[in-house]
Structure formats: structure tokens, C-alpha cells
Design a binder for this molecule. Structure first.
Ligand code: FAD
Length: 516
């Protein structure tokens, strides 16, 4: 009787490559694989599956390859190559993949560009300069994180003025959205604090742009969801870095007082705080969470007792005033003056005094997030005129009803529209003051539907009641929804796409021009 077939290790390796590796490698057309840059494409399942997940853990789209450029020219060659094919492949820049709904993914024959590969020798890095027209500024590679920017600029005693709460996000990634945090009311979002950009467009052209030079591209790219080009350098405005921060939290039982005080604080301009945010406290969104551990256990239990006596819902203002040696003798008095008319619950004011770097790096989840969790986040901008109704329906009813399922920070704080440049692609409500809601859920993957139901209930309520909300970090499934989202900006957005990415190559994961 013949022996049972027993394959040798060499045969096993051959079969593995034949059936698993080669099919991946050949998903791109031969023309691509024959080019010099082909050596920078990784088609192995480990690389492509890493590019098929993001922080949200909600969407999975596997690209045909992951591109690891070492120079700007590599990216230009890749995009030109795609343009030269009768059927172009899509190209998605990936910063840190901190999107939550596949925005940095590229399905099918698409290629994901791993921007962090650029971060080597010969690159701009973070370069601090000064000139009489702009003052101090930093030229920063689009692949750099805001943490890199902070560290490098602080060495010169300087820092950007507008941040995100969490700094392990790339400059290219946040400038493609907006980049918001508690400083935005005063300085505008990050997209309001950029002097100049280097961009590789969807046609593979390398263009330097600013408000004065190639301004169409400049404004299109800012908040442009990666649709018009890949940002390879941003020139960012810098100020003298403050050294310390008085960091204060105030607790409210009453929504009207909470928002009235937030609006008062953001009206104070340079005499007021440097940072204002706000959040809800519920049983499942406790005072301390992954975004920030601020309170001692004693203070936590004091707040928890108040929470129980207020039907499980409190509001909290977080404010910061920077100071340095010159202002250290007056800062406490300034804070007292600032807080004297505020209507928080008496005795519920909590303070810290920290180095500014500790405050700015307070959200310290690092670059390694927990892949076993999903993050079905919802981020909205809500016009001021509707916040009382929004509170009644969304906070007091919908979220309270879902309290056993909501889990994670719930942010709610205001911006001044005047600090946003209407020429950018970012979309905000048409009112002078609007609020941002950040519903930052964490969920087990098999419970995502419960959170999506909650998110949809909120969106449906806004739709039915005619509230003119806008999504931040938007995600839609249909073209009609995108057209509605952009409103009066849609025609320009589409025109810019035709001009700078006519073959619809860039950032397909946003599903704007390639939505179903
Ligand atoms: P990616 O997710 O990799 O990419 C996002 C989009 O931009 C994709 O479409 C991609 O193709 C495109 N893109 C990436 N790089 C470039 C580039 N160089 N040029 C052009 N397009 C590019 N946002 C805030 O505004 N404020 C916050 O405080 C804040 N906190 C956050 C905290 C956490 C824990 C997380 C996960 C996200 C947070 N965000 C915040 C959202 C964040 O701004 C977005 O996720 C954004 O996409 C940045 O992430 P990224 O750099 O990883 O970009």
C-alpha cells in the first residue's frame, strides 16, 4: 500500500506562497509591480490586515498593498502611476489610523500609504523658524504627531496655540478634519492656525499653497477629509510657550447655568481662560475616565453622591489659565475674578496647578489602543439656539434612558464661529456660537449595534426637530447625505475634486465620491 502523502517543509512553504502570498501580490496590475517603487509596496497579509483596521474597530477594508514611502517623490510616483492606468487604483494616506469609521482605508485594489514611513532622514521633521511677516512658526511633516510638534517646539520655548485633546494624531490627519479642543474658542481650530502647506494632489502634482498662493487648494485641503491631496508639510503658527497651567473643574446640576457660564467664559477673550471644555457626568461616564484622571478618590466620592441626588446627571466645566514667572503672583487673583460670577454648585470647584506639558499630554492612552474594543463614536456640532431642546431630548432623555449602555466620556463645549475660516472645507453650523458633542463610546465588538442605535436615535431626533446640526469627523452612506452635509459648500467641494483629484483616487474610505 502506498505511504500517506507527507509534504516536505519546502513543499509547505511553496504552497503557502502559491496560495496565500502570490494572490495578494498580484492584486495590483503588472504595470505597477514592474515600477521602481514596487519595492516599497507590501502585499503580505500581515501588512494589509494591519491597514484594514482603525481605532473605531467598526469597519474592515483590506487594501491590495501598503506603501512605505521614504521620500515625497515616492508618493508622487505612486499617484502618477495610478493616474496613468486605464482603471486607476485608489490611494489613502494613513496617519495613525485614529479614524473610527475606515476613513484612512482603501478597499479592493486600493493602496494605503503609511505616512509614518516618511519620518526619516532628509525629511522636514519639525523645524522652528522666525520671519518678520509671520513671527515664529514650525514647518512640520504631515506624518508627524502633535506630540512630536509639542516636544520639538518646547525646546525653543515655543508651542502651537491650538491643540487636540489627544496628541498621538498626525498633523496631516487632524488638518484634514479640523483639529478641535478647548483652545478652539480663542484661537480657532488647528486649521485656523496654518500659514502654508505642501500638498501632493490627486494628479500627483506637488504644490505649495497658502492664503495668498494657490489659495483654492489651501482652503480645500483644510478640513477637506483627504479628498484633494496628501499634506506633506504644514507651516504652523507658534507662540511663546506658557510654563504652567491652573487647571480647574466646576460641577453643575443645571444645564442652563452650565452653558451660560461656558458662554461667559468664552466671551472673555484674552482676559479669560486659555482653554474651556465641558462634559457630562453620568454613572457610565464617571468624573475620571481614560481622557483624564483629575480627581482624588475623596473628590470622586463627593461628586458621586451629588450625582445620585441629581438623578444621575451632572455637568462639568473644565477650564485652564496658563501662567509663567511673570504672572505667577497675580494668577490666583485672576482666577478668583474669573470665577466670581459663575454658578457652579457651591463647594464643587476643584483645582490643580501643573506644568503645561502635563496638561497638554493629559490624554495618555499612548499609541497602543486596545484592539479588542470598538469605538462607535458620534461627534456633532450643535447650534447654540437649539441646545436647551437638545439637552432635554438627548441628555435628559435619550442618554439617560440608555445609561446602562453608554460608556465613555461625553463632551459638550462651545466655539466661536468667528474663529473658523469659512473658506476652508470644514462644515460648521451657521450660528455665531455652536457646541461640540463628543460621544466617545467604548464597546465590546458584539455590542456595537446598541451604541449605533443610540447614535441613530440622536441623529433622528435632530432630523425630525429640524435642528441644523453638523457631524464632525462625518460619516455618511449616501451621496445625498454628503450633499446635505456640505450644504452651500458642496458645489465648491465637488469642483475642487474635479480640479485636484479628477480620477477620484484619494481617501476612498471617506465614501464621499465613491459612496454607494
Ligand atoms: P487617519 O485616521 O490616519 O486619517 C484620517 C483621514 O485623513 C483619512 O481620510 C486619511 O486618508 C486622511 N489623511 C491622513 N493623513 C493625511 C495627510 N497627510 N494628508 C491628507 N490626508 C491625510 N480630533 C479632534 O479634532 N480633537 C480631539 O481632541 C481628538 N481626539 C481624539 C482622541 C482619540 C483617542 C482619537 C482616536 C481620535 C481623536 N480625534 C480628535 C479625531 C482625530 O482628529 C481623527 O481621527 C483624525 O483622523 C486624525 O487621526 P490620524 O492622524 O490617525 O488620521
Amino acid at each position: 500500500m502506498a505511504d500517506a502523502y507527507n509534504p516536505s517543509p519546502t513543499m509547505i512553504i511553496f504552497f503557502f506562497f502559491f496560495f496565500f502570498v502570490i494572490p495578494w501580490a498580484t492584486a495590483l496590475p503588472d504595470e505597477v509591480l514592474r515600477q521602481d517603487i514596487a519595492g516599497l509596496l507590501r502585499t503580505d497579509p500581515e501588512s494589509t490586515s494591519r491597514a484594514s483596521v482603525d481605532y473605531g474597530n467598526l469597519v474592515r477594508e483590506t487594501p491590495s498593498a501598503v506603501f512605505h514611502p521614504t521620500t515625497i517623490d515616492d508618493i508622487i510616483s505612486l499617484i502618477k502611476l495610478s493616474n496613468n492606468l486605464s482603471t486607476p487604483f485608489s490611494v489613502a494616506a494613513k496617519g495613525r489610523g485614529h479614524s473610527v469609521r475606515g476613513q484612512a482605508m482603501a478597499a479592493g485594489d486600493g493602496v494605503v500609504v503609511e505616512m509614518s514611513s516618511l519620518d526619516g532622514k532628509g525629511r522636514v521633521g519639525v523645524r522652528v523658524s522666525w520671519n518678520p511677516a509671520l513671527g515664529f512658526f514650525a514647518d512640520v511633516g504631515g506624518e508627524k504627531t502633535w506630540k512630536d510638534v509639542l516636544e520639538a517646539t518646547l525646546e525653543h520655548g515655543l508651542a502651537p496655540v491650538s491643540w487636540t485633546d489627544y496628541l498621538y494624531l498626525t498633523v496631516g490627519g487632524t488638518l484634514s478634519n479640523g483639529g478641535i479642543s478647548g483652545q478652539s474658542f480663542l484661537h480657532g481650530p488647528q486649521i485656523s492656525n496654518v500659514h502654508e502647506l505642501d500638498v501632493i494632489t490627486g494628479t500627483g502634482d506637488f504644490i505649495t499653497c497658502s492664503k495668498e498662493m494657490n489659495s483654492e487648494l489651501f482652503f480645500a485641503v483644510l478640513g477637506g477629509l483627504g479628498q484633494f491631496g496628501i499634506i506633506t508639510r504644514a507651516r504652523i503658527l507658534l507662540h511663546k510657550a506658557p510654563s504652567r497651567a491652573k487647571w480647574v473643574r466646576l460641577i453643575y446640576k443645571d444645564f442652563s447655568k452650565f452653558t451660560r457660564d461656558q458662554e461667559y467664559l468664552i466671551s472673555l477673550d484674552s482676559n479669560g481662560p486659555n482653554y474651556v471644555e465641558g462634559s457630562l457626568i453620568t454613572d457610565n461616564s464617571p468624573p475620571n475616565n481614560w481622557r483624564s484622571s483629575f480627581y482624588s478618590s475623596l473628590h470622586q466620592s463627593k461628586i458621586t453622591s451629588l450625582l445620585k441626588s441629581n438623578q444621575g446627571l451632572l455637568y462639568s466645566i473644565e477650564l485652564v489659565k496658563y501662567y509663567d514667572d511673570l504672572t505667577s503672583s497675580t494668577i490666583d487673583e485672576e482666577l478668583v475674578t474669573m470665577a466670581k460670577d459663575l454658578e457652579f454648585v457651591p463647594g464643587f470647584i476643584f483645582k490643580k496647578d501643573v506644568p503645561v506639558i502635563d496638561f497638554l499630554t493629559r490624554v495618555a492612552i499612548g499609541d497602543n489602543h486596545d484592539n479588542s474594543e470598538a469605538h462607535p463614536w458620534l461627534n456633532l456640532f450643535v447650534p447654540k439656539s437649539t441646545i436647551l431642546d437638545f439637552n432635554e431630548a438627548v441628555f435628559a432623555q435619550i442618554i439617560r434612558r440608555h445609561n446602562h449602555t453608554t460608556s465613555g466620556p461625553i463632551l459638550f463645549y462651545p466655539f466661536n464661529r468667528i474663529k473658523w475660516d469659512d473658506r476652508t472645507s470644514a462644515v460648521i453650523p451657521e450660528e455665531e456660537i455652536f457646541y461640540t458633542l463628543g460621544l466617545l463610546h467604548s464597546s465590546m465588538p458584539d455590542e456595537v449595534e446598541i451604541y449605533e442605535k443610540l447614535n441613530n436615535e440622536i441623529l433622528e431626533f435632530c432630523e425630525k426637530s429640524g435642528m441644523k446640526i453638523k457631524q464632525y469627523l462625518p460619516h455618511y452612506k449616501s451621496k445625498e447625505d454628503w450633499v446635505k452635509h456640505f450644504g452651500s459648500k458642496w458645489d465648491t467641494f465637488r469642483e475642487m475634486k474635479t480640479k485636484f483629484d479628477p480620477r477620484m483616487i484619494l481617501s476612498p474610505g471617506q465614501r464621499i465620491f465613491n459612496s454607494i
